[in-house]
Design a protein around this ligand. Sequence first.
Ligand code: HEM
Ligand code: NAG
Length: 328
Amino acid sequence: MKTMETSFGFCVIFLLTTMLNSGSATLQVGFYRSTCPAAESVVRKAVNKAVARNPGIGAGLIRMHFHDCFVRGCDASILLDSTPGNPSEKEHPANNPSLRGYEVIDEAKAELEYLCPSTVSCADILAFAARDSTYKLGSINYAVPAGRRDGLVSLRDEPSQNLPPPSLDAQQLEANFARKGLSLDEMVTLSGAHSIGVSHCSSFSNRLYSFNATHKRDPSMEPKLASELKAKCPNNGGTSDPTVPLDFVTPNRLDNKYYTNLKKHRGVLTSDQTLFNSPSTAHIVRRNANHGGAWANKFAAAMVKMGSIDVLTGSQGEIRRNCRVVNY
Ligand code: HEM
Ligand SMILES: *[C@@H]1O[C@H](CO)[C@@H](O)[C@H](O)[C@H]1NC(C)=O
């Protein structure tokens, strides 16, 4: 009898733990339906206001979600400010000075703390904001599974080991995304985000002025694009570092023109043009260029998948009260 009770009790505990674990491992669409019904509309309102004023902020928020998810998972580590003696991810050259849109997250968070204190995570706010930017700039809509929790750690040097630099070729990009559980097709599909926003000249100026020992200019760049970029990017060793659009055709529209540009050798970054130059990805570029609707659907699905990388859930992490600092 005693042993039966013990094993029954054990079973209940086992089942409960299993349920809690599996429950905590998955994100859910409508996670805040009962705890904070305004969560998603508050974020959307803040994003729409900011993007109407400056579409570049929408590009910044989509990129910010990517830079969050690839470093320690989607845990809002990108949002933490440095503290004395601990420079955060924000300070890494991949993020500073180029990453933008932090104030939009702050604004949504402030309103949500007023409406439903300590309830909506910064990681979820960022995932919603990336979705809302995608909708506003590309009319691509998708539901965001939520329930992420906020991490406690952000280290300046971690982006180096996780974010792909723009010098990578297709094979290296494939390996980088595979480490985060994303496929080759998803890598090419998500690169379509470079159909909006800007790049600093320093991210590609080697392609204009110092390509390699035999070629000053990257021969895989259309000469006309090279002259256009040279006109905007002085060969000054980086004393000034202007920005240029990543997509010269529709710079503020998230669409598949990016892939058409690559077919014309008008990709700005090495990591863009390599997708058309490499046999392993050229057919995906062609397909995305020819089928905008199918690309948009794949983009939405890949954003959801990227948004689930190494998330904290359940009782892991915390719900930050201020997205810039961990709770004390
Ligand atoms: C495939 C590997 C990728 C590389 C090597 C890469 C690299 C870069 C670089 C170097 C810039 C320009 C930064 C600057 O100089 O100002 C940039 C901008 C941008 N990236 Fe990526 N990126 C990649 C993938 C992605 C992904 C997956 C997304 C989102 C889904 C994304 C979204 C963006 C956006 C929207 C911008 C423009 C940002 C703005 O205007 O503020 N990128 N990326
Ligand atoms: C320079 O780049 C060109 C074009 O990619 C390539 O064919 C050539 O082998 C490279 N030269 C050197 C010295 O790396």
